[in-house]
Design a protein around this ligand. Structure first.
Ligand SMILES: [Zn+2]
Length: 272
């Protein structure tokens, strides 16, 4: 049974667009290789607080990463800390706010783009800071980390869907086509990653509304998909909403490591 996991976080991907524009992932569901769930995001439905939610399993009132302007290291125990503590190698290709939460803040563009020395909680990181940094390059960065360091946990964090949502709104051909495009990138990479023995999860921090924003309480702002490719989860489409605070304990379960005491007990009734 695999205890290796690639966690793909597609910033700003709302649920219904994922449902209608991700043909490759739905092919895997139709053929009994993957499952899909709906996740209700925590609040506020904005990026930096939800990165912390996804990676530490703690609510915003507790972790106090309350806004995108909260620029400091996290005080919580993240999946990066936990994997390192358990002797699993970790890596990430992510937006620079992830480095600010777990490695060092504020981000220094001159010195912090490549952090590969293994000394910090994120052991191998490649970070970008332009929201239009191409997802094609981001996924190539991730593949480099995977083939060079063979981490048991790889976190991949893209930004182009969110960027096009802000520019053109969720009700635009640009936003919908960007989601199609990312599904195509996944179709290029996932067969090799699965072949290499990795379990895969794909989810988002928050959605995107038709005003080209997020942060509120509507389903457009809050509902995001969760796709799981793992022998441990029964394939299919599940109707129940999953609380976003369940993602971090799910990640620990798939990695076969003990979750942090601050996380909720895993209650998704789907693990074999
Ligand atoms: Zn955004």
């Amino acid at each position: 049974m695999s205890n290796k996991l690639i966690f793909i976080m597609l910033d700003g991907l709302r649920y219904d667009t994922a449902e209608s524009r991700m043909g490759y992932l739905h092919h895997l569901i139709e053929k009994g290789k993957a499952s899909r769930f709906k996740v209700k995001s925590e609040l506020p439905s904005i990026s930096r607080p939800l990165y912390e939610v996804l990676l530490t399993g703690t609510p915003v009132y507790k972790n106090r990463i309350t806004s995108n302007q909260t620029i400091r290291l996290s005080h919580e125990e993240s999946i990066f800390h936990l994997t390192k503590k358990n002797g699993l190698k970790n890596a990430t290709a992510s937006y620079y706010w992830v480095s600010e939460l777990y490695n060092s803040a504020p981000f220094n563009k001159i010195t912090d783009r490549f952090q590969l020395d293994g000394q910090k909680p994120i052991e191998r990181g490649i970070f970008y800071w332009e929201d239009h940094y191409p997802d094609s390059h981001l996924f190539a960065d991730a593949n480099f980390l995977l083939s060079t360091y063979q981490p048991e946990f790889l976190y991949v964090h893209s930004m182009n869907i969110d960027n096009d949502g802000h520019k053109f709104t969720a009700d635009s051909k640009e936003y919908r086509n960007r989601v199609l495009n990312v599904d195509g990138l996944l179709a290029e990479l996932l067969p090799n990653w699965i072949e290499a023995g990795y379990q895969i999860i794909v989810t988002a921090d928050h959605g995107m509304n038709d005003d080209g924003n997020h942060g509120g309480t509507t389903t457009a702002d809050r509902d995001v998909p969760l796709f799981i490719i793992s022998d441990r989860v029964k394939p299919g489409i599940y109707k129940e909403d999953i609380p976003q605070l369940q993602i971090a304990p799910l990640v620990c379960e798939l990695l076969n490591i003990q979750q942090s005491p601050a996380m909720q007990k895993l209650s998704i009734p789907v693990l074999k």
